[in-house]
Design a protein around this ligand. Structure first.
Ligand code: HEC
Length: 75
């Protein structure tokens, strides 16, 4: 599993960055975004994935698909 993941990461997550809030975010909003985009990784299940299985958006900044709903789970 390791070597295929290495190829997948090179394509879809080549250079992971630490969380950085948008400049116009209030401290409260930044804290929430940090929890949802970082620690909670909520998009893993609540954001649609492409055919190659990467999340189509990783934050609000990537467009309207972020947290727009994942696929059906177990029907
Ligand atoms: C491992 C997959 C997974 C992750 C990660 C995840 N969720 Fe969920 N979430 C689900 C599933 C599955 C449901 C539906 C549960 C059900 O209906 O019984 C759900 C339901 C919800 C609901 C209720 C939605 C509704 O319409 O009733 C909310 C709100 C929610 N999640 C928020 C979050 C937040 C916030 C995070 C990140 C901190 C998060 N989820 C991370 C899988 C996940």
């Amino acid at each position: 599993m390791r070597w295929p993941l290495k190829a997948w990461r090179a394509m879809f997550a080549p250079d992971p960055q630490p969380f950085k809030p948008a400049q116009d975010m209030s401290p409260q909003l930044a804290r929430g975004a940090y929890l949802v985009e970082g620690l909670g990784h909520c998009g893993a299940c609540h954001t649609p994935r492409s055919i190659t299985l990467q999340e189509k958006a990783l934050s609000d900044r990537d467009g309207t698909l972020f947290l727009s709903g994942g696929g059906a789970i177990d029907g």
